[in-house]
Write a protein that binds this ligand. Structure first.
Ligand code: SF4
Length: 107
């Protein structure tokens, strides 16, 4: 049995869609990021920080998560910072690399 590492493990994010024309979701205005925008633009994006964990977990139950993440992945120039679709900027960069690598690898 291995000792717990102390890191939280989140469910795997949905399969990303990287389409440049993916539209910004139509927000209802009640999403957590709309009502508490400062929580979604922390000074540091470490998951050990309670405010980052809270924002990510709120995204995970947001009905806009999939289109929000798809938009943020497709528009890095418009979403260089912030938590979008339960991801940090570094996680989006990693997801884009994965998607691009899988798209260019032979099947
Ligand atoms: S998934 Fe997108 S719309 Fe929903 S709370 Fe997170 S950042 Fe806001």
């Amino acid at each position: 049995m291995t000792a717990p590492t102390g890191h939280l493990h989140y469910p795997a994010p949905p399969r990303p869609i990287v389409e440049p024309d993916h539209p910004l979701p139509r927000f209802a205005g009640t999403e957590p990021c709309r009502t508490r925008p400062d929580d979604y633009f922390p000074t540091h994006y470490n998951h050990d920080r309670s405010e980052v964990r809270a924002a990510v977990l709120a995204c995970r139950v947001c009905p806009q998560q999939n289109p929000c993440l798809a938009w943020a992945l497709a528009n890095p120039h418009l979403a260089p910072t912030g938590i979008w679709g339960a991801t940090t900027p570094a996680e989006r960069t990693a997801l884009r690399r994965l998607v691009n690598a899988s798209a260019s690898s032979p099947r």
